[in-house]
Design a protein around this ligand. Sequence first.
Ligand code: NAD
Length: 696
Amino acid sequence: MASDHYSVHDGIAVMTLDNPPVNAMGHALREEVAGHLATAWADSSVAAIVIIGAGKLFCGGADVKAFGTPASRAEPSSRTLVKQIEASAKPVVAAIHGSALGLGLEFALGCHYRIAQRGAKLGLPEVKLGLLPGGGGTQRLPRLTGVEAAARLIVEGEPVGADEAREMGFVDEVVAGDLLPAALAFARRMASRQDHPVASRRLASPPVDPSFFETERKRITTAKRGQPAPLEGLACIEAATTMQFDEGLKFERERFDVLLNGTESKAMRHLFLAERAAAKLAGIGADVTPAKIASVAVIGAGTMGSGIAMSFASGGIPVVLFETKQEALDRGLKTIRRNYEGTVAKGRLAHDEAEARIARIAPTLDFAAVKDADLVIEAVFEDMAVKKDLFGRLDALCKPGAVLATNTSRLDVDEIARTTQRPESVIGLHFFSPANVMRLVEVVRGAASSAQTIVTSMAIVRAIGKLPVLVGVCEGFVGNRMVAPYAREAEFLLEEGASPEQVDGALKKFGLAMGRFAMSDLAGLDISWSSRKRLAGTRPAHQRYSKVADRLCEMGRFGQKTGAGFYRYESGGRTPLPDPLVQEIIVQSAREAGIERRAIGDAEIVERTIYALVNEGAKILEEGIAQRASDIDLIYVNGYGFPAWRGGPMFYADTVGLDKIYSRVCEFERQHGELWKPAPLLARLAKSGKTFAKPE
Ligand code: NAD
């Protein structure tokens, strides 16, 4: 028991939660707290107790890695600690700075009082791991805040700031300056009160409008399709209004255990741990440290360039934004301003902060202005000749050691690198659209990219709050390469008898944010059309090929932006509407290909499209394009709308069973031919009873 974690200040005991990096409530920390509490209670000179966090925060929650293991419930459990605190005659004050999340907040809710520093974030994000707060939070919070505020925290999982928490009723005082002196003064005041410190468990059940739960249940069922955790969280809050406190706690524990053992929570915890795993780079030692990136240049102020510039400006890094034409530059800047102003209008960003971010972006038509940047990212047209020319000029201009990155979606990063004298400094940084919003960035390591270039790129992407995943060079890298067979099967299904709305409906029911065809209408059909044309020569003549998308493009139907694609759109509208003309094109295309149309069920749609993803994912893994299966899951969930509660395509495949998937893929190969050739890795794992998660 480290004594520097316990001290007494003029009658107030202070204990410090110190378990880096996030003071997670692991077993050792709980034992230490129990010991300090016993010391404080036994010491007659102590009138009150303050619990505070070491380092940057109060407490980030439970130890996620220990979930479901005996250590997570070993005594003293956090429930036992809270029970002891609630029984204490000496008031216990949680002094919160940085953040109090999950079990960390539940522990604070179990204290008699909470005092928080301005800027602190308080929240119950368990729902994001497919769980509910299982440490009494669902019973204590509604007693403090009422059911509506509690539902907001528990069902959405978004934290609130200290001031808002005070308004909601679960923080007693907000401190602008130093936390500890304020907490000591507060504790001293509370200790001098005659009445017993109020534990939230003793508060009455919260009052509630009976229609609230029914309305909220309906909303969640639609908004959080397929996810049991938000509904279970709500059921626990409802229990707080109908059950005795201890009965409610028991109910909460039961519902927590059901979720903990369910696939959805396992999937979401898998993704949580996958983010940590993605930071580990095979073959690169800890001695390679990232170079400092103090300034960035973005080439091209189109859709991607302006979003990328915003991402760096928002991350506090000055950006030079270069364009060849004034009007293109103006257009880009207008988009940037509009986006920031939109965020201000929604109340999510202060006006001054928006202006400061805009001011960090220096627009220019002068190519020489790029020369001092530590990192250059090009987002010019997807045309190899244009990119090669540009990299040749960047090579001549930029300072030695600068990272030269391309945002290409699918072109060969190695070919681009070879146009320079410094291929070791060239890398792909594949942002997703809209780049100012999407977290995912595929960091595409070229054959010659140096360890330093890779490490620096991963670090700077993380520094601006995004999620970097390292991938290798191939057509479309990981994400877009996997989309290809998925889209191919979706289009074959049209010819075989399905309609775009039926395919999209089945995929949405499966949990995807958007169906395949609504998605391509949104992204623009012209993009994939141009890559199909580019790759036409590599396609064997005998191979099946659906011409439906090409026909639509030849008619100028590029999707939402032209008012028509696989669907039609009312003028200015974004709702996809079935179009009889598209149906005619599909039927015609099937006839020409000699395909007899038949009724197709939702199950076949899901298997044909999702198993195509899985089979391609297995090839990607075996080729070493992705470092691990969980990286593929991260990419697909964060970049392509795959439902997090299914854990990503590779995790999903493991839950279905690779033997089952393999046998369906073999069947599809027999029915539909060589495009369904099973990935050797899939065959091997299926036959040996292994999984993508544990292939060895
Ligand atoms: P865009 O057409 O919206 O923008 C390209 C911009 O580059 C234009 O403003 C153009 O004026 C400018 N430009 C062209 N040549 C230039 C040069 N030599 N120097 C400076 N500026 C030049 O295209 P976009 O959608 O932003 O795509 C840009 C890149 O990002 C492409 O490689 C694309 O494949 C990739 N990408 C696009 C998306 C997407 O969804 N749009 C997603 C990921 C990656």
